[in-house]
Design a binder for this molecule. Structure first.
Ligand SMILES: Cc1cc2nc3c(=O)[nH]c(=O)nc-3n(C[C@H](O)[C@H](O)[C@H](O)COP(=O)(O)OP(=O)(O)OC[C@H]3O[C@@H](n4cnc5c(N)ncnc54)[C@H](O)[C@@H]3O)c2cc1C
Ligand code: SF4
Length: 334
């Protein structure tokens, strides 16, 4: 491992100034923030990330979980995944988020992992994690080993000819169904970005994963006021029951009034290049009876544009079943 400088940020402006010395906020950046370290240190050990300076942000006052006067929930970027998952407000009002967090990693990892770090965790594509292999995301223009290689776990929605990697986070799928907003502080001030606009499609620039610029620090995330009459479900399908990333997952927030679906949000994990909101499924469900026929129709609509690779064709049906089953669970008492 190369030698790097380690500094502790004492306040937010100092952290931003230090981060802004980097020429990019993405892969390969010389200056990196570190929170729980469970992604960054992992990738440094593999020689995939090689920062020359690491800024420890753990002492910044970004670890609060609070209800705002307008009913929104404010989640500090340093709130640990375990605290967020087990908070009574989150369990009651944002059940899908609690379920998604508890479906991820292990108890020990969740104790370290933070909200901001989870949001920015990197793909688990095996070629990205092996610096002997060609990977456009790791090294621009080097090629994509996965397209002709082992692509069983990779994406079928939103892919490009340059990258087919999935976003691996469970939390991000739930945040997408909940329409979270990401709050960023950077050298040009503060800005709010809806989660659906935060992640970029790979296109011809898969090394750029988000809208973040050098020095940008995620300070907190907000969730809209709770929908008290909604039912919420996160369903994760994977090769083994624990300590495994999703092959396909679905986050559903649904409300049934007068026997019909009057509000519905559907987001998918494990199949998209980013946490995947399915407006097609939502459109197909609105105003419909909560029954198997409507769920299947919505699942077909969600996967209509899927482009499987040589080894991951099974994900099309798996994703459809994750949607239909999550919808059935979310509406079973309606
Ligand atoms: C063995 C293993 C199994 C796992 N299984 C799962 C799983 O099943 N599901 C799942 O969803 N995840 C899983 N994970 C991933 C885990 O959830 C992430 O590693 C964790 O959430 C990252 O959070 P962190 O605080 O440790 O991030 P860090 O490693 O500290 O940071 C990650 C990235 O975010 C940047 N960063 C951190 N905070 C900020 C901020 N506030 N502003 C700007 N940039 C920031 C860092 O610079 C870095 O680039 C697994 C991880 C491991 C090691
Ligand atoms: S799918 Fe993306 S991350 Fe994986 S090898 Fe190809 S370019 Fe790299």
């Amino acid at each position: 491992m190369e030698v790097f400088r380690f500094t502790r940020a004492i306040d937010v402006p100092q952290a931003i100034r230090a981060g802004a010395k980097s020429s990019t906020a993405q892969q390969g950046a010389q200056v990196r923030f570190i929170a729980g370290g469970t992604t960054l240190l992992d990738l440094m050990k593999l020689d995939v990330e090689r920062p020359s300076e690491i800024i420890d942000i753990n002492r910044l006052p970004l670890d609060k979980l609070e209800k705002l006067p307008d009913g929104r929930l404010k989640i500090g970027a340093l709130v640990r995944n375990s605290e967020l998952a087990n908070d009574p407000k989150v369990k009651a009002d944002y059940t899908v988020l609690s379920q998604a967090l508890l479906a991820g990693a292990s108890a020990q990892l969740r104790n370290m992992a933070t909200t901001g770090g989870n949001l920015l965790q990197r793909t688990r594509c095996m070629y990205f994690r092996n610096d002997a292999m060609a990977c456009n995301k790791r090294e621009r223009g080097s090629g994509c080993s996965a397209i002709e290689g082992d692509n069983r776990s990779l994406a079928i929605l939103g892919t490009s000819k340059d990258c087919i990697a999935t976003n691996p986070s469970d939390m991000n799928v739930a945040l997408t169904a909940l329409e979270a907003v990401i709050h960023i502080q950077g050298t040009k001030g503060e800005r709010d970005v809806p989660i659906d606009e935060f992640f970029l499609f790979p296109g011809s620039t898969p090394h750029r994963e988000t809208v973040l610029e050098p020095g940008d620090l995620i300070t907190y995330i907000t969730l809209p006021p709770p929908r008290k009459s909604s039912n919420q479900v996160y369903l994760k399908l994977r090769d083994r029951a624990s300590y495994e990333f999703a092959l396909a997952s679905a986050a559903v927030v649904a409300e049934v009034t007068g026997g019909k679906l009057t509000f519905v949000r559907v987001a998918l994990g494990g199949v998209g290049v980013k946490p995947w909101r399915s407006l097609e499924a939502e459109k197909a469900l609105l105003g419909k009876l909560p029954e198997a026929k409507s769920f299947r129709h919505a699942a077909e609509a969600a996967l209509h544009d899927a482009q499987p690779q040589s080894e991951n064709g099974f994900k099309v049906e798996l994703a459809k079943r994750s949607i239909t089953h999550a919808l059935a669970l979310a509406t079973q008492s309606a």
